[in-house]
Design a protein around this ligand. Structure first.
Ligand SMILES: Cc1cc2nc3c(=O)[nH]c(=O)nc-3n(C[C@H](O)[C@H](O)[C@H](O)COP(=O)(O)O)c2cc1C
Length: 660
């Protein structure tokens, strides 16, 4: 039962373009990469229908292909009649849950994340993209007008298919943003120059949409709030842009985005290294420039009470949730039923961004192994046909996920964890700077496992005999992996130099300052290593990170890497590339020599006070063969199968628990 006294402001209805929204929750546009062959897939429909079923009042789709030049396989084609059936089914699946569906109009323009240039890019001016240095073809005035016409006709097709409106994405450094900003728009014709010129493309598009689709069609505008680039659009420029574009009364809502396609891209998806809801102070200021225009607050809003307070204070009329609803489509319906503690919260890790942008795979989530799967909303497994005895070895996030799902399916589950607490390496990461939100992964799993009746043996390193004594039908081995000592570290001194995880576990309780340099040898390049460096920086005079690669944080998404690089710089953490330490007796006296791996040149850190290595990990599957030898079925999951991150761990634990 919905209890509308719980979050009265968030649950209050609202009206846009004469259409009723049942509450204030907007699913912000998220590229899912679930479209295929330029068409609508069942998974794409399912993903959005689940978010509608879970409570969202309005969903903005990912960018659609709204003009013939937008010829990308995963973008759903809306500029001709190829997909009428798919578009209709998509709209019906969402709207049948009393949720309004808006198609997004966007073009990347010159923006490109991947290495290399985009020879097909179009833009405001022939000026290079800040990340890829792509120089676009500068659109002619005739091409702009053709594009406006294409976009408006496609929007009208969406309307015929049952969509309630469109959102124009003019933030994030894409094409419209490029026109708005003097940094990227150096045109001398009517689409450049002063504010009226730079906003003309968008203003004409809004007018064309209204002319073709009428007043009862929602037209939303995502605008830059502060793109963080000097000479581009800061708050002082964002306010008049918003005022100018909404003056006609044709825009139904405005949503302010941050960052742009430059070194500030990280700002558009704020992670755990900053405050929650970081853009509310700016949104509060900018909304004053557009009195009477509904505002969608956006940016790391993850908690229902936080969202309710934003509406209640009058800081915005609606809240936009991107990653929050990827992590849990039932976010609102759980909250509204007094079950906020059951939400799988967004941990702001940006794995979702990494999956689509770096890996070119459908969107995935560290804390939701079922993104886009069927029955995703408030999922609880159906009972297994036969109850089995299951032993899970390891209470990290892979083991915990397997344990709760298997127990919820009715199996008799015993889980061993060598530590006294659950969460494994993810718990350690949660205790390092920027990691706090990660606790939601194992907190949810542990609570669900207990609710489902799993038994835990914590602080016990299970032997094969312990496990066999329980007569299991199946063992899920989730014993993790251990960092390998680097080759430059002689065998006889390995006791002197710990791996970074062991070292950081010991440092967590450390109080006070310590002189000298802390050195991390980095063959890891994931963000836990740099979070460790940040913690060490609060203790030691100096922190030096040495890597044999030519740069740092290779194995992180671009948006994560930008933040890492910025913090390393801000905290004056020293970095040495293309180098490896050279061990000698002098190390024990505090002098660490390192050598360039290309030319052999050397340097020395003369005040060494701490040294640890962060290296590739070897899986620990030592129990596998002894157990299999007795005929027990053994499944390896997470790092124990192949060392990777939280995403693989939760996904594999989930699949194992769900298939026993
Ligand atoms: C994986 C991912 C994909 C996104 N795709 C889009 C997109 O296609 N269009 C868009 O306007 N914004 C996109 N965004 C930005 C979100 O709409 C939103 O502005 C941002 O994630 C901040 O909101 P959040 O903190 O609730 O996630 C994307 C963000 C992420 C993380």
């Amino acid at each position: 039962m919905i209890d509308d006294t719980l979050y009265p402001s968030l649950l209050a209805p609202f009206t846009l373009a004469g259409k009723t929204l049942r509450n204030r929750v907007v699913h912000a546009s998220m590229t899912t990469l679930m479209g295929a062959n330029r068409g609508v897939t069942e998974q794409l429909i399912q993903y959005h229908a689940s978010r509608a079923r879970g409570g969202a009042a309005l969903i903005v789709t990912e960018p659609l292909s709204m003009a013939p030049h937008q010829n990308i396989p995963y973008k759903v084609r809306a500029w001709n009649d190829d997909n009428l059936d798919g578009l209709q089914r998509w709209a019906a699946a969402v709207e049948s849950h009393d949720c309004r569906l808006l198609g997004q109009i966007q073009d990347p323009g010159r923006g490109r994340h991947a290495p290399g240039r985009n020879p097909d890019a179009v833009g405001a001016s022939a000026l290079p993209d800040d990340l890829s240095w792509t120089v676009p073809h500068a659109l002619t005035a005739a091409e702009i007008r053709k594009m406006i016409d294409d976009f408006a006709r496609s929007a009208e097709r969406l309307q015929r298919c049952g969509f309630s409106g469109v959102e124009i994405s003019a933030g994030h450094g894409h094409l419209f943003h490029q026109f708005l900003s003097p940094w990227s728009n150096a045109r001398t014709d009517e689409y450049g120059g002063d504010l009226a010129g730079r906003t003309r493309f968008l203003a004409e598009l809004v007018a064309a949409l209204r002319a073709l689709c009428g007043r009862a069609f929602i037209v939303g505008l995502k605008l830059p709030g502060n793109d963080g680039v000097r000479g581009s659009i800061g708050p002082a420029e964002a306010a008049p842009i918003a005022a100018h574009l909404t003056a006609s009364g044709d825009v139904d809502y405005v949503c302010f985005a941050q960052g742009t396609h430059a070194r500030t891209l990280e700002l558009h998806v704020p992670d755990g290294n900053g405050p929650r809801a970081p853009y509310m102070p700016l949104i509060r200021v900018l909304r004053q420039a557009i009195p009477g225009v509904p505002v969608v607050a956006l940016g790391r809003i993850t908690d229902p009470a936080e969202a309710d307070a934003i509406i209640e204070r009058g800081d915005a009329e609606l809240v936009g949730l991107g990653r929050t609803l990827v992590a849990d489509p039932a976010w609102l319906s759980k909250a509204a039923r007094g079950r906020a503690h059951d939400i799988r919260y967004c941990v702001s890790c940006n794995t979702c961004w990494d999956t689509i942008v770096t890996q070119h795979k459908p969107i995935a989530c560290d804390n939701n192994p079922r993104v886009g799967a069927n029955a995703e909303v408030d999922w609880w497994p159906s009972p297994a046909s036969q109850r089995k005895r299951v032993v899970v070895v390891g209470a990290g996030v892979a083991g915990l996920e397997a344990a709760w799902v298997a127990a919820a399916r009715g199996h008799d589950v015993t889980a061993f964890g060598s530590s006294g607490e659950v969460g494994g390496k993810t718990r350690l990461r949660a205790l390092l700077p920027g990691g706090e939100a990660l606790s939601s992964v194992y907190d949810y799993q542990f609570a669900a496992a207990q609710r489902a009746g799993a038994r835990f043996e914590l602080g016990v390193t299970a032997t094969a005999a312990d496990i066999i004594a329980l007569r299991p039908d199946t063992v899920v081995l989730a014993a993790g992996a251990t960092m390998l000592p680097p080759r430059w570290l002689p065998h006889d001194v390995r006791d002197l130099v710990p791996d970074l995880r062991t070292a950081m576990s010991a440092m967590l309780g450390h109080r006070g300052k310590q002189g000298g340099a802390a050195v991390i040898f980095d063959m890891d390049h994931t963000e836990g290593t740099y979070a460790s460096a940040e913690l060490l920086r609060t203790i030691f005079d100096r922190v030096v990170v040495i890597t044999p690669r030519e740069s740092f944080a290779y194995d992180t998404a671009l948006v994560t890497r930008q933040g890492i690089m910025r913090r390393l710089h801000e905290q004056r953490i020293e970095t040495v590339v293309l180098s490896e330490p050279r061990w000698s007796a002098a190390c024990e006296d505090g002098a660490l020599e390192y050598e360039n791996v290309l030319h052999g040149g050397s340097g020395v850190i003369s005040d060494l006070a701490f040294l640890a290595y962060s290296t590739p990990r070897a899986p620990d599957y030592s129990l596998c063969e002894p157990l299999r030898a007795t005929g027990i079925e053994v499944r390896l999951v997470g790092d124990c199968l192949s060392p990777r991150g939280v995403l693989a761990a939760t996904a594999e634990g989930h699949a194992a628990g769900n298939s026993i």
